[in-house]
Design a protein around this ligand. Sequence first.
Ligand SMILES: [Zn+2]
Length: 237
Amino acid sequence: MSKYLIALDDGHGMQTAGKRTPPIQELNNRIIHENEFNRAVVNYLSSELKRCGVDTLLVAPTDVDTSLSARTNLANSKKVDLYISIHYNAFDGSFGGKNPSGLSVHCYPGSSKSRKLAECVHKYLKQGTKQIDRGIVESNFHVLRETKMPAILSENGFMDNKSEAMLMIDEEFRKEVAREHAKGICDYLGVEYTEEEKEETIYRVQVGAYSNQNNANKVRERLKLLGYNAIVVASKQ
Ligand SMILES: [Zn+2]
């Protein structure tokens, strides 16, 4: 069992009123629900943390609209070490008008541990995809106020800014946001962040095929004399 248990909160239910983009013309008037992004990031973040040896608790793993108090009560009862809430911001629900953009990390006013956690995550979050940095903001949000452990809430873009709305369904962006949160959380906990192992594909070039091994070995020696790193591989056909 891991030393640490981190609560991950995906913000809202899939059908929570209002929490969605305006229709996106370029996507056949598709509407993106905030929860589509939040949940994807929470799932990526959970596997990032598990890879680093940190356990996670999803406080609202279903499609049901789980209340904020149910989320924080569960985290408090399980005595988790940190509470991380993933969100996407909104301004006026339209792609027109003032159209703000950018990311922010929120912590409860006066909580020094939560601020430190916010600083750790914000440090990585402002790297990567170029977005306006709206900084660390002290906010009196339920999930920050009613949690007994250090807690942060990140707003990773604006749903009613079209270019940031498009990022919500960008798998690379989702992964990047999760990775940046994981790195910050690891820093805060003093746990080493383990990079994901990339499976590399190797393309080999074959220069001959022989039924007699001696012939294969002769070609290998000639290639070596020419400076190539040649090998003989035995295979059935
Ligand atoms: Zn939200």
